[in-house]
Design a protein around this ligand. Structure first.
Ligand code: ADP
Ligand code: MG
Length: 253
């Protein structure tokens, strides 16, 4: 059931500008992979290809032998982005319930909307409207909605980047707690290296556009991770060196 990307390549526009070139990596089932690169390195494009929302020009993506289109139609993919995109006229509980009713999974035992809101610490606002919630709370609702369909693959595109530091840390803690229970396979896009080191099992580093794999890092640190520890900082440094090397090569070329 591992998620495999082989030679994924995408070019946009006329004249053509390459966004991704020959992306290869495998994410084993139940692991947390962070994809890290500068703005414009093709991270969102990569996630959209895995989600079946964009066709690659070359290469292929499979999970358990199925294509992104099959995964999407089978409701196997949970999606979370920077903006929560909640329906403003529906109460929080009804936003979650709607996600379940338009993605019915009779074959899965799913938590109820109230159980999901409890998992993300939002039981007390189940009857509120999204506008009554802070940005961090709205992202918690979006997380509950991502969990709501029981998808084995979560695709997350910088979901914390609009949040302040403290909110981000609290949400990261909850996300990891929930992921450790559920163990879906996660692809987590970020441009923030310490965030990737604090969350992920594996980090895939992309070169500045066009995105190629500049290097990968296995993060062998026990959770919860202490960002002030020398071991943590060594991984951050290793990631920076790989990205800097990729940047320098591009300037020379
Ligand atoms: P990132 O998420 O890492 O910032 P993107 O995947 O959004 O990078 O973009 C990678 C490159 O592809 C950029 O040069 C961007 O302008 C281009 N691009 C992305 N989507 C489109 C599109 N739909 N049409 C044209 N160009 C696009
Ligand atoms: Mg992006």
């Amino acid at each position: 059931m591992s998620l495999q990307l082989r030679g994924v390549t995408k070019t946009f526009g006329d004249p053509p500008v390459p966004a991704l070139e020959g992306i290869d990596f495998t994410a084993e089932t139940g692991t947390f992979t962070a994809i890290v690169g500068a703005s414009g390195s093709g991270k969102s494009t990569l996630l959209r290809i895995v989600a079946g929302m964009t066709e690659p020009d070359a290469g292929e993506v499979t999970m358990g032998g199925r294509t992104p289109d099959e995964l999407r139609r089978g409701k196997e993919v949970g999606w979370m982005a920077q903006r929560p995109a909640l329906l403003p006229w529906r109460r929080v509980r009804d936003n979650i319930a709607l996600a379940q009713s338009i993605n019915p999974r009779p074959d899965r035992e799913l938590p109820s909307p109230d159980e999901l809101l409890e998992m993300v610490g939002l039981s007390h606002v189940a009857g509120s409207y999204p506008r009554e919630l802070s940005g961090g709370m709205q992202q918690r609702v979006a997380l509950a909605r991502t969990l709501a369909i029981g998808a084995p693959l979560w695709l997350m595109d910088e979901p914390f980047s609009a949040l302040d530091e403290l909110t981000r840390e609290a949400l990261a803690e909850d996300l990891l707690r929930i992921w450790q229970q559920v163990r879906s396979t996660v692809l987590w896009v970020t441009h923030h290296i310490p965030e990737a080191v604090s969350l992920a099992d594996h980090i895939v580093l992309l070169t500045p556009g066009p995105g190629r794999v500049a290097g990968t890092i296995d993060v062998d640190l026990a959770r919860p991770r202490d960002p002030t520890s020398p071991a943590f900082q060594a991984v951050v440094r290793q990631a920076r060196m790989i990205l800097r090397g990729a940047q320098a090569k591009r300037v020379v070329a």
